[in-house]
Design a binder for this molecule. Structure first.
Ligand SMILES: NC(=O)c1ccc[n+]([C@@H]2O[C@H](COP(=O)([O-])OP(=O)(O)OC[C@H]3O[C@@H](n4cnc5c(N)ncnc54)[C@H](OP(=O)(O)O)[C@@H]3O)[C@@H](O)[C@H]2O)c1
Length: 298
């Protein structure tokens, strides 16, 4: 059993994918997370092609016992710089050695398949993941972005510790099946993109984002039409946030934290200030009427 706090530190922002970052500030943000009782950090080899794992390895080299590390396997940069999937055992066995090296650890607390690989039978993948547990290289194994059928097939072989899915106040499609299934089967639900890539923190402003910021083309931000709907909903969120004397970002995090089916919310954080602000959402409670008012309909 891992001691996973209700908020996890998301290691994607510090990789530089969402615009340029400063590595020293990223390290300070990770140290601030420890002070704020955030007990785990999520990353992947694909985040900045090892950069996120390297920074985490550097930040935690003398603090390893203070933060659980979750990383992933099965994605690599292919032709045209597009992420491609490979969950074949040979690839996983190579991937983990590189992650252990970058993270400067001998064991990973939670090792997750990043995306399903339709070219590899999932049972073969999961046997390889189980082998890593046997070898003592990982403590628990989980998956991200798997559908129910895939989770059912592997859960029989070895317990799936956790499932990572996108979920936030405006993106709720997994409430229908995956979240209830996990709850019934004791699988931890770890949710990503809680701020919809920063949009729910009021960061949607193309003039503020650098041209290499991948959010400008991300499918999550969709069309101009969907942005208009999101921005109108944020105006509603501002009403509740103001009444509670909190920020819209804190409200967005609290909305997920108030759902008992969710084990932890993974938030991408750039600075120590982001960390303190987000950690303050730990204890914010929402009433039923506030939750009802905050129903987003596309
Ligand atoms: N398993 C998967 O397939 C998968 C996919 C995506 C993400 N993830 C995980 O989930 C984590 C979070 O997801 P995400 O990065 O997609 O999106 P997110 O957490 O919804 O948004 C991150 C962005 O929110 C902004 N932000 C955070 N705290 C803020 C604050 N207090 N005030 C103002 N702005 C704030 C920052 O924007 P600015 O950059 O504009 O400052 C940051 O880059 C990732 O780091 C990663 O670990 C997993």
């Amino acid at each position: 059993m891992l001691n996973i706090s209700k908020i996890g530190f998301g290691g994607l922002t510090i990789s530089g994918v969402w615009g340029p970052t400063d590595d020293q500030t990223s390290i300070q943000a990770i140290h601030k997370a420890i002070e704020e009782k955030i007990t785990w950090i999520d990353t992947s080899p694909i985040y900045g092609l090892g950069h996120s794992e390297n920074i985490i390895g550097e930040a935690l080299k003398e603090k390893r016992d203070q933060m659980l590390i979750a990383t992933k396997c099965g994605l690599f940069l292919g032709k045209d710089r597009k992420a491609e999937k490979n969950l074949k055992p040979e690839f996983i066995f190579q991937d983990i050695e590189q992650s252990l090296h970058r993270l400067k650890v001998s064991e990973i607390d939670l090792y997750q398949c990043h995306w399903p690989d339709p070219t590899t039978p999932v049972e073969e993948t999961w046997e390889a993941m189980r082998e890593l547990v046997k070898q003592g290289k990982v403590r628990e194994i989980g998956v991200c972005n798997f559908d129910i059928e895939l989770v059912k097939r592997i859960h029989k072989i070895h317990p799936v510790y956790s499932l990572q899915i996108p979920y936030n106040i405006i993106r709720k499609e997994h409430e229908i099946d995956l979240i209830p299934y996990c709850q019934q089967n004791n699988i931890h639900v770890l949710t990503y993109s809680p701020l919809h890539l920063g949009l729910l923190a009021g960061n949607y402003d193309p003039s503020r984002l650098s041209p290499e910021d991948r959010r400008l083309k991300a499918k999550e931000w969709g069309s101009e039409e969907s942005i208009t709907l999101y921005l109108a909903f944020i105006e509603k969120m501002k009403i509740v946030a103001k009444a509670k004397n909190i920020s819209v970002a804190q409200l967005a995090l609290a909305w997920i934290l108030n759902n008992p089916a969710i084990t932890s919310v993974i938030a991408g954080m750039r600075t120590p200030l982001h960390v303190s602000q987000n950690a303050a959402a730990f204890d914010i409670e929402l009433s039923d009427s506030e939750k009802a008012f905050l129903t987003f309909n596309e």
